[in-house]
Design a protein around this ligand. Structure first.
Ligand SMILES: Nc1nc2c(c(=O)[nH]1)N[C@H]1C(S)=C(S)[C@@H](COP(=O)(O)OP(=O)(O)OC[C@H]3O[C@@H](n4cnc5c(=O)[nH]c(N)nc54)[C@H](O)[C@@H]3O)O[C@H]1N2
Ligand SMILES: Nc1nc2c(c(=O)[nH]1)N[C@H]1C(S)=C(S)[C@@H](COP(=O)(O)OP(=O)(O)OC[C@H]3O[C@@H](n4cnc5c(=O)[nH]c(N)nc54)[C@H](O)[C@@H]3O)O[C@H]1N2
Ligand code: SF4
Ligand SMILES: [Mo]
Length: 754
């Protein structure tokens, strides 16, 4: 009726970031006007500013609303975008995929996707993987090397499953029942509101909190112990904590004995685990050997059953044993003894020198970890973006094993979740014939093992055709040129592609390199199903169908729709149904023979970050400071800077400096500075942060976008006048196991721009 307005409320969950907060969308006269918290939802206690800005995102004038085709060459400043219909856009893409597959094999066509922690891509990720499997390519560039590897994959080499949950599963911190929580390079107040909410609840009932972070950020202010670690030295810290705990007998002996490979004997001559075959020519390969203190002799361990002969109650964790093998007398030691010796090298003094943490604080943290059990932990970006990420993640996960809290109430627990059929298509015949993913030869235990490729390997395959050519790319939102190191190399590579299609909500500097751009819906415009909300066992049992709040903007389609449309055009329509896989489990591995076989240290040895002042004294005279970075409270990664309600509070990129560091350089707060590294320079405005060590500088990545409504210009992503932090970071030095680049420990200096 005229003059009367109608209000409608639609329940759902926000898909903009990993928190997935439960919401009520408020509609007035068919227009989406606001997003409110939904306290009845397990993750609906609060919404952040980004969630509240959802209507701005949905209705933003810069949203892509039609498929676009490039009409000018890639070097050109103006791509000459021409609006085209969906049929033409999809036909062009499918034809390129087919052509490239025919000429070079399906593996020559790669996919890239935005991280599920910073986007709604999880709504479609299973289908995207299914399309890849049906089409026949193993090459997915999804940020794994900088986000997910440490917590979700490296820890599998310890636990068999991920010991910290990612969107692909794994154990989750049972915070509601923990007596102590360790946040290791993770700031949930900024990154995952729902976690922060339950942590604050737990602190109220007396839970202890240990925070490992170079900055006193978020919940570090409420922590019982805040360990201000030097960026990239977390591995040494974990070994140092373990050293104190072992020395003081603050570890779960029974857990180590029964649930880890700590008792198994290692041959001093080869570094291999001693097996039955070393002892007798007629033995089976599979059984390992431990020392039984009660009988003063050897006892066999069968990995198939997970059992020792005679129950294994008295297997030794320490000692040296000379064993008569088929190759003569061999000195052997239990894995745990070797691990304990490694830890002994990280005395409180060495930790102080390496990590910049005092012996008192180290002792306090070790004491708290043991005496406030059950303890859970969550490690994220702070430990994941380094040249030593894999061994750091292992060192932390093994330290955690000492507490005996893994998969126990109040620890990191494998929450039961609602069983679902996997849709990713691993069972398809085409998936069984996949070529090895890029990088598998160089880093056989790295992301390629799971068919994820690093951006660096993608660029190399495009530009050097090594180990084989990649000619085409289909991007579902990944903003490679802002999110990754090696920006110039990446730009060259994208320009050299025969065909690149990019699906996104907005044009971005990466999408600018595409041949075809496809407009996608925001999560408020398409339906999705979410199984489990991660934060607690109750939340994990919730399954929710999210309905669209508004119809798609313009001609935008969901990522899932695009996948199905392409599958049909590629003649793969039949492959789009059913499947199932399950993870295996085994004993916690303190010692990894798999690592040894591939030439990596079998124990989680600490390696100095490759781009640190200590590792590169040659560069440190000119670039004496350590550059790390953090995400922005108001924006997800490289997004959201065009939304006025958010941008108003953060007009420009900032860099955090200790006031003393600034003073020595004649820099005042709020001034513009150049952040200089051996790769070049970018700009940011100074904010003082007295909680930093004066040798550490903290930048922000992801700045490029303008905000027209506020009259704020964008930043050139490729030049020194701009603010693309990753422009000055090279991935030449990378984690040998995973290929993780040094985004959080690089050499720099900061100079006033006069
Ligand atoms: N120096 C430094 N670099 C970093 C980091 C850091 O801390 N420091 N963090 C790293 C981390 S952890 C990550 S995960 C990466 C993030 O890198 P990306 O995964 O590339 O994430 P964003 O930069 O947020 O860009 C996401 C793009 O996807 C689009 N998008 C959003 N939602 C959707 C959707 O549902 N569908 C589609 N098709 N597109 C969508 C957005 O518009 C945007 O263009 O950056 C990494 N880079
Ligand atoms: N508001 C907002 N939320 C987000 C995102 C966003 O961009 N904005 N991004 C989403 C994504 S993709 C991710 S991956 C998560 C990430 O979530 P987090 O991992 O929490 O991200 P950060 O706050 O960047 O980093 C956590 C902490 O690591 C510290 N740190 C830096 N270097 C080191 C180091 O060498 N060692 C240790 N121990 N700590 C270090 C930083 O000081 C910071 O406080 O957040 C998700 N949620
Ligand atoms: S924290 Fe903010 S952006 Fe993330 S899901 Fe919740 S409301 Fe959405
Ligand atoms: Mo991430």
């Amino acid at each position: 009726m005229a003059g009367q307005s109608s209000t409608e409320q639609i329940h759902g969950y926000c898909g903009l970031c990993i928190a997935r907060c439960g919401y009520v969308a408020v509609m007035e006269d068919g227009r989406f006007v606001s997003l409110e918290p939904d306290p009845t939802h397990p993750t609906g206690q609060a919404l952040c500013a980004k969630g509240r800005a959802a209507p701005e995102l949905v209705y933003h004038p810069d949203r892509l609303t039609h498929p676009l085709k490039r009409t000018r060459p890639k070097g050109d400043r103006d791509p000459g975008w021409q609006q085209i219909g969906w049929d033409e856009a999809l036909d062009l893409t499918a034809a390129a995929m087919r052509r490239i597959a025919e000429r070079h094999g399906a593996q020559a066509f790669a996919f890239s996707t935005a991280s599920p922690s910073t986007s709604a891509i999880a709504d479609a990720a299973g289908w995207i993987r299914r399309l890849m499997n049906a089409f026949g390519t193993p090459n997915a560039s999804t940020n794994v090397e900088v986000c997910g590897w440490g917590r979700g994959f490296a820890t599998r080499y310890t636990y068999g499953v991920a010991s910290v949950a990612t969107t692909i599963g794994g154990a989750m911190a049972d915070i509601a029942n923990s007596s102590c929580l360790i946040l290791w390079g993770y700031n949930p107040s900024l990154a995952r509101l729902t976690h922060a909410t339950i942590i604050v609840e737990a602190l109220k009932r007396g839970m202890r909190l240990i925070v490992v972070d170079p900055r006193r950020a978020g919940l570090a202010n409420k922590a019982d112990v805040w360990l201000r670690v030097r960026p990239g030295t977390d591995g040494a810290l974990a070994l140092g904590l373990a050293n104190l705990m072992i020395q003081r007998n603050w570890y779960d002996l029974d857990f180590v004995r029964e649930w880890s490979n700590g008792p198994l004997l290692v041959r001093a001559d080869t570094g291999r685990l001693l097996t039955e075959c070393d002892l007798s020519a007629s033995a089976s390969m599979r059984r390992y050997v431990a020392w039984d203190s009660a009988s003063g002799g050897l006892v066999l361990y069968d990995p198939d059953t997970g059992l020792y002969e005679r129950g294994g109650a008295s297997v030794a964790l320490e000692g040296e044993y000379v064993i008569a093998t088929l190759q003569g007398q061999v000195l052997c030691r239990p894995v745990f003894q070797l691990y304990a010796s490694l830890c002994r090298r990280y005395t409180p003094e060495v930790v102080e020198e390496t990590c910049w943490i005092s012996p008192e604080q180290l002792q306090q943290a070790a004491h708290m970890i043991w005496h406030s059990r059950p303890v859970s932990y969550y490690a994220w970006s702070g430990h994941e973006q380094h040249t030593n990420t894999t061994q750091t993640a292992r060192a932390i996960s093994i330290l955690y094993a000492l507490t005996g809290c893994f998969d126990a109430r109040g620890g990191n627990v494998l929450f039961p979740s609602v069983p679902v059929n996997s849709i990713t298509g691993e069972e398809l015949p085409s998936a069984r014939r996949l070529a090895p993913a890029l990088g598998l030869a160089e880093r056989p235990l790295g992301p390629s093992r799971w068919n994820y490729v690093t951006s660096r390997e993608l660029y190399r395959a495009i530009l050097e055709e090594q180990p084989y050519p990649v000619r085409g790319l289909l991007g579902f939102g990944a903003n490679l040129l802002l999110a990754h190191a090696d920006v110039r190399l990446g730009r060259k590579a994208l320009a050299a592609l025969e065909f690149y299609a990019h699906a996104d909500l907005f044009m971005n500097p990466t999408a600018e390199m595409a041949d075809v751009v496809l407009p996608v819906t925001s999560p408020f415009e398409h339906e999705a199903l979410k199984v489990g909300f991660d934060v607690s066992p109750e939340a994990q049992s919730l399954v929710q169908l999210r309905r669209p709040v508004v119809p798609p903007r313009g001609e935008a389609r969901s990522d899932t729709q695009i996948v199905f449309d392409l599958a049909c055009r590629l003649g793969l329509g039949e492959s789009f149904w059913q499947g199932d896989i399950e993870a295996a489990s085994r004993k916690v591995e303190l010692y990894s023979e798999t690592f040894l076989e591939h030439g990596y240290p079998p124990l989680p040895e600490y390696q100095e970050p490759m781009m640190s002042p200590r590792a590169r004294p040659d560069l440190a005279t000119r670039f004496p400071l350590i550059l790390t970075s953090v995400k922005h409270t108001l924006f997800c990664e490289s997004q959201h800077r065009a939304l006025p309600s958010l941008r108003r509070h953060a007009l420009h990129p900032e860099v955090e400096l200790h006031p003393e560091t600034a003073r020595l350089r004649g820099i005042a707060e709020g001034e513009w500075v150049a952040i200089e590294t051996p790769e070049g320079s970018v700009r940011a405005r100074v904010r003082f942060n007295p909680s930093l060590d004066s040798r550490v500088v903290c930048g922000q990545h992801g700045w490029w976008q303008a905000c027209k409504e506020l009259g704020v210009l964008g930043y050139d992503p490729f030049g020194p006048e701009g603010a693309n932090l990753n422009l000055v970071i090279s991935g030449d030095a990378r984690d040998p196991i995973s290929g993780s680049p040094p985004l959080r420990a690089y050499l720099c200096d900061v100079r006033r721009i006069s």
